[in-house]
Design a protein around this ligand. Structure first.
Ligand code: DWN
Length: 408
């Protein structure tokens, strides 16, 4: 179902600027036995709302189709992400002076990859994640987790049980929630008076500036800027008070610090001023993006067709959601890329959505030594290329698809 109003502000002045076609759900990997069956496909289109300054997709895919039984994303398959998360936890324990009488709540806590650091430090935690597999994995390692969707109702229930959070962590979830206002109201209700919320998501400015269009998929309803975050929080009596930038995480990630009181750091004010100067709160900033995306599609297909005409064998690395968007938008089927490797054991043996490349263990790269590997998980370029030193030493080459297709 197509939305006609901004999900945050309710404004009807919603202006589409990028159409990536009708694509399957990026995380809906396909059982080989079902490749002949029709897959659910939905329009994938981005729009901008001048009132909220929020970039968002215009299709309303039911959340229970996105994040429950077949959700295969486990955070613990990236060493870089695990290290980043540990630094975040230890930093909060120190800066917020957390102890045995504190409470840290993580929304979309996945497999306990982050909260486990607080548990080890003796800080009480609560994980909340609707995906049963991930919640079960978290509970197995001693991270108390409830397999539910978070919102105002759940927050009110937790407060009624006597819980208020000194820290609420929401990493890679504030892009994933159909009702952003209910979710924000829930955080407002649950946060202790002097508590802090830290929200982490890829930065829409990097998406546009580095042409990271493949990070657009149906489970990402929103693509945030500091301006859109600031306006969303003010709608709920919360305030953006600080900003941290992680250029090497997921193609450029911001961590926003939010509280009940308005006490902005110089950094927060600088980010807001820079975004206004660059025009991130104006439609014109986004309207030229589509032409750049179409050029990447053209150039990548031309490169892969040239390689095929030379008889080269091409595989791909990373059965990532972004990989599904890239392969489907660019129409890259098994004639151009034969298979995908991925070290997430839950994904191996399945096929990519829509284009149906089989997903295999990365050891296959040394067994088959394809001439080229398209790096679908380019956000982990250093980690992956480093791991595949032997493949490279034997003459293998990686292709990085964005910001412009490049053989490295
Ligand atoms: O918001 C989200 C973003 C941040 O992460 C989630 N909704 C979904 C996910 O998007 P994604 O699937 O594009 O994520 P990744 O983490 O970029 O996917 C990387 C893929 O590569 C995973 O399937 C794991 C795999 N991998 C691997 O095989 N070897 C990753 C690393 C680092 C490796 O060394």
């Amino acid at each position: 179902m197509r939305i006609t109003k901004c999900r945050a502000s309710g404004s009807e002045d919603l202006r589409p600027f990028l159409d990536l076609g009708v694509t399957p759900l990026a995380d809906a990997l396909v059982d080989p036995a079902d490749v002949a069956a029709a897959e659910a496909r939905f329009p994938l289109e981005l729009a901008f709302c001048p009132e909220s300054a929020l970039v968002q997709i215009t299709e309303d895919v039911p959340a229970d189709q996105l994040f429950v039984d077949n959700y295969l994303y486990f955070s613990s398959f990236s060493d870089h992400l695990l290290e980043h998360s540990r630094d975040h936890a230890l930093g909060l324990i120190k800066s917020r002076r957390l102890g045995s009488d504190s409470l840290v709540v993580e929304l979309a806590s996945n497999d306990g990859y982050l909260l486990k650091n607080f548990v080890e430090a003796g800080v009480p935690v609560l994980g909340i994640d609707p995906a049963p597999g991930q919640a079960a994995a978290a509970n197995e390692i001693g991270v108390p987790t409830r397999a539910e969707f978070f919102g105002l109702d759940m927050a009110s229930q937790l407060v009624a049980e006597g819980h208020r959070a000194d820290v609420i962590i929401a990493n890679n979830v504030f892009a994933h929630i159909p009702d952003i206002n209910d979710f924000t109201a829930g955080m407002k209700a649950l946060l202790a008076d002097d508590g802090v919320i830290t929200i982490e998501n890829p930065y829409v400015r990097d998406l546009i500036d580095h042409c990271e269009f493949d990070t657009i998929y149906h489970e990402h309803f929103y693509y945030h800027s500091c301006t859109s975050i600031d306006r969303q929080m003010r709608r709920h009596g919360l305030h953006l008070n600080d900003v941290e930038y992680f250029p090497d995480l997921h193609g450029g990630t911001l961590r926003w610090h939010i509280g009940h009181r308005h006490d902005p750091s110089k950094t927060a004010l600088r980010y807001l001023a820079n975004e206004q100067a660059a025009g991130l709160d104006q439609f014109e900033y986004y309207e030229r993006f589509a032409a750049r995306v179409e050029k990447v599609r053209h150039d990548l297909r031309e490169l892969l067709n040239d390689l095929r005409s030379q008889g080269c064998r091409v595989a791909a690395y990373g059965a990532a959601a972004k990989g599904a968007t890239l392969l489907n938008y660019a129409g890259i089927t098994t004639d151009l890329v034969e298979y995908v490797v991925d070290r997430n054991i839950h994904k191996q043996g399945l096929c990519m959505p829509g284009t149906h490349q089989p997903i295999l263990d990365p050891t296959v790269l040394l067994e088959r030594q394809p001439d080229y590997v398209l790096l679908l998980a380019w956000n982990f370029r250093n980690e992956i290329v480093g791991q595949q030193a032997e493949y490279v030493a034997r003459g293998g080459r990686f292709i990085v698809p964005v910001p412009t297709p490049e053989v490295i």
